[in-house]
Design a binder for this molecule. Structure first.
Ligand SMILES: [Fe+2]
Length: 289
């Protein structure tokens, strides 16, 4: 049964954002139920399912590095294909899919603190890194999109009813095209943790969503960047769909004091590797938290 938070800012709180309409949906926020498990029960489930996967692997079974059907993450069954892939004509798809070019992306779109008349609230930060292939080669001229909650952990989205303030000076979406060295850089505000209704007292670690477009729409992949030392890591069923700590670590932006700008912003470095053994983990289609 759905449960809704009070809306402290009235109807104005749900000012729509076309940019975020397809990205920041939080359908689990509508899934509150009186029979939900506690955090302790979910944490134990995470431990048990990882142990079971390890045991199956030790017995010789090939177990995927991502647990797509992961019961502690209650809606994970809804978030990956359940039918066999179907071949389609890629040229037909390209006629209908979005397209972009270097000229379509303005430099200012990579600075989420400059999109309104005033400055957003929160800790100003930059995140920058390189987009690489499995051989460590830079991927130039690639569209990287980013979306996130504000400093209070609130998305501009009608389904986000977390009773934290919206920020009139922060939309939470940006994009950039990698340069010739595969480098990207965003200036933004450090997002806050936010509650979701996977279980009782469920909170997502602070994270920024990233999308990498590839050379065509059908190659688009989506992932999340986290922040070092988050105490919510062992509690989060989404983070823990990834079995190996080394793979989870590749989702954590590293604080880099050399990227911190004096009197202005905290600097994080995060490289994205799109395939190969060092690949950044990417979520199945449909993941939105
Ligand atoms: Fe999110």
């Amino acid at each position: 049964m759905a449960e809704s938070y009070p809306d402290p800012a009235g109807g104005e709180a749900f000012s729509s954002s076309v940019v975020l309409e397809q990205t920041a949906a939080a359908p689990e926020s509508l899934l509150a139920s009186p029979d939900q498990l506690s955090q302790a029960e979910i944490t134990q489930e995470i431990i048990d399912y990882h142990a079971a996967a390890d045991a199956r692997e030790a017995a010789g079974e090939r177990v995927a590095l991502t647990l797509h059907d992961f019961p502690p993450y209650r809606s994970s069954i809804l978030r990956h294909p359940t039918k066999n892939p179907k071949l389609v004509d890629p040229e037909t798809i390209e006629l209908w899919s979005p397209a972009f070019g270097q000229r379509d992306v303005a430099a200012i779109e990579s600075d989420l603190t400059l999109q309104h008349t005033g400055e957003p609230q929160g800790e100003r930060m930059t995140v920058q890194g390189r987009l690489l292939d499995s051989w460590g080669r830079p991927l130039a001229n690639q569209l990287i999109e980013l979306w996130q909650a504000n400093a209070a952990g609130r998305y501009i989205h009608q389904r986000d009813q977390h009773p934290a303030p919206l920020d009139p000076n922060f939309t939470g979406a940006g994009r950039v095209v990698t340069n010739d060295n595969g480098e990207y850089k965003f200036t933004t505000i450090k997002p806050g943790a936010y509650p979701w209704k996977n279980h009782v007292n469920a909170w997502r670690p602070a994270h920024i969503h990233f999308s990498v477009f590839g050379s065509s729409f059908t190659q688009r992949i989506v992932t999340q960047m986290y922040f070092p030392g988050d105490p919510l890591f062992p509690l989060d069923p989404i983070y823990n769909t990834i079995r190996r700590q080394a793979d989870r670590d590749r989702l954590i932006g590293q604080y880099d004091h050399d990227l911190t700008i004096p009197e202005f912003s905290m600097g994080y470095r995060w490289d994205i590797v799109v395939d190969g053994p060092d690949a950044t983990w990417f979520e199945p289609e449909g993941g939105d938290h």
